[in-house]
Ligand binder design. Structure first.
Ligand code: ARG
Length: 674
């Protein structure tokens, strides 16, 4: 049942069994002594290829050294283990996968080198060939169908969790900017990976619809009588009341920056923004005059509407979904939260404000209610975590930039102390990412220093993708042939043109379909997202050329590998359904074949580790390895017309599925040609 377990998991159970069978009580005790507590956990790694093995067991020699028995013989335990393996290899119960390991060797200082069996590799290759469902199609489904779609390659988690991923979460008083790409790319990928692993995922955008910036924009818009709010002061004009033309995201941005300037220069206006924000916290206006001021409330509704239009444009382009549950959702809970913290002795009044002092001292107060009664970002997040735990979430993941690290440490810590959060039952993660820098090393911004709207970056990426393709297209066919035949060292151009040539030759409608704007949207959006994810969570410098490069760890390179396989399979008229895979006999793998198949077998390990660490960048690196290994294989081994054509086409086919599955989990759509 290969699809249910990762290689790591099987190695672990096999070795635990082996250790149990091999060592006497005293020896076991000394091993436990090393690992502090039983059981002794074997630690495996994948060494560089020059070591000529698949995995290495690393901690046995360390254990031997520490225990210092048998004349400081560091290889004693390792030898005993490998000897025992050769003796009982054929009697290992099936669940320990006697088929898994071919060879175990003690090297150097007692490390054990492990080579996987051919049968095991063949089985995982077969599994990837048999899987019927392609994730690519899964993610083209509408959102409602998506989560219910199981997938053929599911590795299945041991425990399926109800997960909430809080990402995107923009402020509704302004446009999305470049930095939001990070939260969106990471959040979408984390959701896809967790869904793939069988978790029940809820995607929440914790939009900032409530804070001071909102008060600022509303106060300003009302003050200058911004035309988009004319229904507020022109209440008797029927026509205007019916005309609900929304403010554009750009206009909203202008209002935001104007009001920001005003706040800095005009203290009176600054006060007004705070009052306006506090007004909103009173909730919808009521008949009896309670609730917030109707004009402020109406302006708020219009601004939120306008923001939503802008957000949706970006989400649609990036093919991302998240349910908006803004800060205002928690409005009614806020006083209760403050009360509870007060009653439980966690919150105290200090200079009129309610604060939590986490270290018991009077320094570093964490304010949860201001002296004017207003609630803050902190209060909302405390309400949110309580609400999320109470609604049965077992794993809460919040994605923001790293400046909020200490905020979330405090939220988690308060939630624990007050008794809402029990980390043994609920996992909480704050995934923090660094800044996107411009060429000048500063936070990416336009010339006047304001943030660059995300929508502008997206559109630019699309037009650059089109341009890059036009350059490749501008060569005539004979120029392409020359380039391919020449001994050009410029492999990049050569490879690129070679694929173009292959495609032109066997597909006449290539030009018409690739000029399709959808095609370039896929390429452009994929490049941005992939580049971002491949940087892990570190800060990086934004550069279109690096993102759209044909060489290196980019989505373009992976899509190119993918399309190369498509072309190849098409040329060979390959149809996986015509092969009886269960009976297909694989010839002994050549070195290049084996390396690629080994990488295919690694998918389940990689995806499990990505699930656990929430670092899609690990998957990027893996896919890059796969693509490199594929190219090494493709460049040196004959495929079509070789005496093992079917075997090699199957390897290519499985590789292609690995690429498309992996890319889709990263939020990158595959294309048949690039
Ligand atoms: N709106 C916030 C921002 O733009 C991010 C919100 C993240 N989620 C949360 N639960 N605080 O920085």
């Amino acid at each position: 049942n290969l699809d249910k377990k990762s290689t790591y998991a099987m190695l672990h159970s096999t070795f635990n069994h082996l250790i149990d069978q091999t060592f006497d009580e005293q020896e076991k005790r000394s091993l436990y002594q090393h690992s502090k507590q039983p059981p002794f956990k074997p630690i495996f790694s994948v060494p560089p290829t020059k070591f000529k093995c698949d995995f290495s067991l690393n901690n046995i020699p360390l254990a031997s050294k520490m225990i210092n028995i048998k004349g400081n013989d560091t290889v004693y335990y390792s030898k005993k283990l490998t000897d025992s393996f050769s003796n009982i290899k054929h009697q290992l119960p099936d669940k320990y996968s006697s088929k898994l390991i071919d060879k175990m060797e003690v090297v150097d200082k007692g490390f054990i080198n492990i080579t996987l069996s051919n049968d095991y590799l063949v089985d995982s290759l077969r599994m990837w060939c048999i899987g019927k469902e392609d994730l690519n199609s899964v993610y083209q489904l509408s959102d409602s169908n998506r989560s219910s779609t199981s997938n053929a390659f599911s590795i299945g988690s041991t425990s399926k969790k109800r997960v909430l991923v809080d990402f995107a979460s923009p402020n509704m008083s302004k446009e999305l900017h470049a930095g939001h790409l990070r939260s969106i790319a990471l959040g979408e990928s984390v959701c896809r990976i967790l869904e793939y692993m069988g978790h029940d995922v809820e995607r929440i955008s914790h939009a900032g619809d409530f804070g001071t910036p909102m008060g600022m924009v509303i106060a300003h818009a009302l003050e200058i009588k911004s035309p988009f709010l004319r229904h507020i002061w022109d209440k008797d004009n029927k026509e205007i009341q019916q005309d609900i033309t929304a403010i554009t995201p750009k206009e909203l941005s202008t209002l935001y920056s104007e009001s920001k300037k005003k706040t800095k220069m005009d203290p009176e206006f600054n006060k007004k923004t705070l009052l306006t924000a506090a007004e909103l916290q009173k909730g919808p206006p009521q008949q009896d005059g309670s609730g917030s001021n109707p004009d402020i409330y109406n302006a708020w509704l219009r601004i939120c509407e306008a923001s939503r239009i802008g957000f949706q444009n970006v989400f649609d382009l990036l093919k991302v979904t998240a349910k908006e549950r803004g800060e205002s959702f928690y409005r009614e809970f806020l006083p209760l939260i403050v009360n509870e913290l007060k009653e439980k002795g966690l919150a105290k009044e200090s200079q009129g404000a309610m604060c939590v002092f986490l270290n018991g001292d009077q320094e570093d107060p964490y304010i949860i209610q201001k002296s004017d009664g207003a609630y803050l970002y902190s209060t909302t997040d405390l309400a949110a975590i309580k609400n999320r735990i109470e609604s049965g979430k077992e794993w809460i993941i919040i994605i923001t930039d790293e400046s909020q690290k200490s905020h979330f440490e405090k939220v988690f810590s308060i939630a624990t102390q007050v008794g809402w959060l029990d980390k043994s039952k609920t996992r909480v993660d704050h995934l923090a990412f660094g800044v996107v820098r411009g060429a000048d090393g500063q936070k990416l911004s336009s010339r006047d220093g304001s943030p660059i709207p995300l929508i502008d970056l997206l559109n630019e990426a699309i037009s650059r993708a089109i341009k890059a393709s036009d350059i490749a297209k501008s060569f005539t066919r004979s120029e392409k042939m020359d380039l391919i035949d020449s001994t050009s060292r410029d492999l990049e151009t050569k490879e690129r043109l070679e694929t173009k040539y292959e495609m032109d030759a066997d597909d006449d409608d290539h030009n018409s379909s690739s000029s399709n704007i959808e095609h370039f949207k896929k390429i452009g959006m994929g490049a941005l997202k992939y580049f971002d994810l491949s940087q892990r969570n570190a800060s990086y410098t934004f550069n279109y050329n690096n993102m759209l490069a044909f060489k290196g760890n980019t989505s373009i390179y992976l899509l190119y590998s993918y399309s190369r396989i498509s072309t190849l399979l098409k040329r060979a008229n390959f149809n996986v359904n015509l092969l009886n895979l269960n009976e297909f006999v694989f010839k002994e793998f050549t070195e290049k074949e084996r390396h690629l198949v080994f990488l295919i077998s690694r998918f389940s390990d990689i995806i499990k580790s990505t699930e656990n660490t929430l670092r899609p960048g690990v998957l990027c690196d893996y896919l890059w390895d796969v693509a490199n290994s594929f190219h090494a294989f493709y460049e040196s081994e004959r495929i079509i017309g070789s005496d093992r054509q079917d075997q090699r086409l199957l390897i290519c086919f499985a590789t292609q599925r690995i690429l498309s599955t992996g890319l889709n989990l990263l939020g990158v759509e595959t294309v048949e040609r690039i």
